[in-house]
Ligand binder design. Structure first.
Ligand SMILES: C[S@@+](CC[C@H](N)C(=O)[O-])C[C@H]1O[C@@H](n2cnc3c(N)ncnc32)[C@H](O)[C@@H]1O
Length: 349
């Protein structure tokens, strides 16, 4: 459910974009009633006008902006889903992301970047682990950032073009965000740019087993029951094994790369996991296109197949893939990792 403040902002943005000459004093009053200060209204107006300008310049010249438009779609989908993400889906990811923390030098970190922070579900944990540090939440989705708990620094930015000085962070955490990137290599190179020499990156993402199983069943049944198709805004297969993730980190110039896969407990409640999965993103939208009997039949079929899949859990599970790397101390050298070491269990140390 959109907050009334967010709804007022959307109404205003729509009018400034589609019929700017109709804006009148009442529109400004509506924004004030929705708790926007005059300064915030001026900022909102400037940003909306700038986006309109930039989009018209690009459209007018027929310029393709594939990467930006993917990010725009990711951002707006997450903004719509932000509340459900915080309450249903995000809490399932948090314990998986925490597994990364033991492999990052958070205790000594001065500045930590939570890139693709979403609604900031890791920020309290990062503050606890990195007592000396200031953590900054960065995400492209303004709706997600709005739900970041007060008191945390946050900024709306594209992970591929961070408006951040080079060499300004000690640690960067990328939890379940890299699969949204149209160019994960360029995103990781940008992370390397903003890390101090010797700084650390940690990535956690989906592996081959759990999410692939659930997504395949849900997508299949939605197809069978006639749900409309919408684009998936993620591609896990670029880093769904330790080898692939190590390769990506190495190619982006990180050294001392380690990567490994782990299983997780959600197989014992695949139904709850899938329900949370269907509460956001493409599956929420697709399910919303079914009503009445087709919808109930689809949901029943999904749960029947989930029960069968749960009973067939793979013997060695790689549900998530984790990787860490260091930004080279010498910036002149673009070094490949001396050796990347894929593991099925986390490395010691
Ligand atoms: C699955 S959520 C993960 C959120 C958070 N890391 C967590 O674990 O709860 C993915 C987040 O990445 C953000 N994201 C995706 N592509 C991005 C980009 N290019 N720049 C910044 N944020 C991005 C999305 O807006 C979304 O909030």
């Amino acid at each position: 459910m959109m907050s009334s403040r967010y709804r007022a902002l959307c109404r205003y943005a729509r009018k400034v974009t589609l019929s700017p000459s109709d804006i009148e004093e009442q529109d400004i009053e509506d924004m004030r009633d929705a708790n926007f200060s005059d300064r915030e209204i001026v900022d909102a107006n400037g940003i909306i006008a700038y986006y309109n300008y930039a989009n018209r310049v690009a459209s007018g010249l027929g310029v393709g902006v594939a990467q930006d438009s993917r990010m725009g779609r990711v951002a707006s989908r997450y903004s719509i889903d932000a509340g459900r993400y915080r309450d249903l889906w995000g809490p399932l990811l948090r314990p998986l992301s925490l597994r990364l923390f033991d492999f990052l030098p958070l205790a000594q970190a001065g500045r930590v970047l939570d890139l693709g922070s979403g609604v900031g579900l890791l920020l309290e944990d990062l503050d606890r682990a990195a007592t000396l540090s200031a953590t900054v939440a960065v995400d492209c989705s303004v709706g997600m950032l709005e739900l970041v708990p007060r008191g945390h620094q946050r900024a709306a930015m594209d992970a591929h073009k961070l408006g951040v000085a080079a060499e300004s962070f000690d640690v960067a955490v990328l939890a379940f965000m890299l699969f949204h990137s149209a160019d994960a290599g360029s995103c990781l190179r940008e992370v390397r740019r903003v890390l101090k020499p010797g700084g650390s990156v940690g990535v956690v993402t989906w592996g081959k087993d759990l999410i692939a199983t659930v997504d395949e069943i849900v997508a299949d049944e939605l197809d069978v029951h006639g749900a409309l198709r919408v684009s998936a805004l993620g591609s896990y297969d670029i880093h769904d094994t330790p080898d692939k993730l190590a390769e990506l980190l190495g190619a982006a110039g990180f050294t001392a790369v380690r990567s490994w896969a782990e299983g997780c407990d959600y197989w014992s409640d695949l139904h709850g996991f899938a329900d949370a999965r269907m509460s956001v993103g493409q599956f929420r939208i697709r399910l919303g296109t079914l009503t009445g009997q087709p919808r109930s039949l689809c949901i029943d079929a999904i749960h029947r197949r989930l029960s069968e899949a749960g009973a067939r859990r793979p013997a060695i599970c790689s549900d998530i893939v984790l990787g860490v790397g260091a930004s080279p101390v010498s910036r002149g050298l673009h070094r490949r990792p001396a050796q990347s070491s894929p593991h099925l269990t986390p490395p010691i140390g």
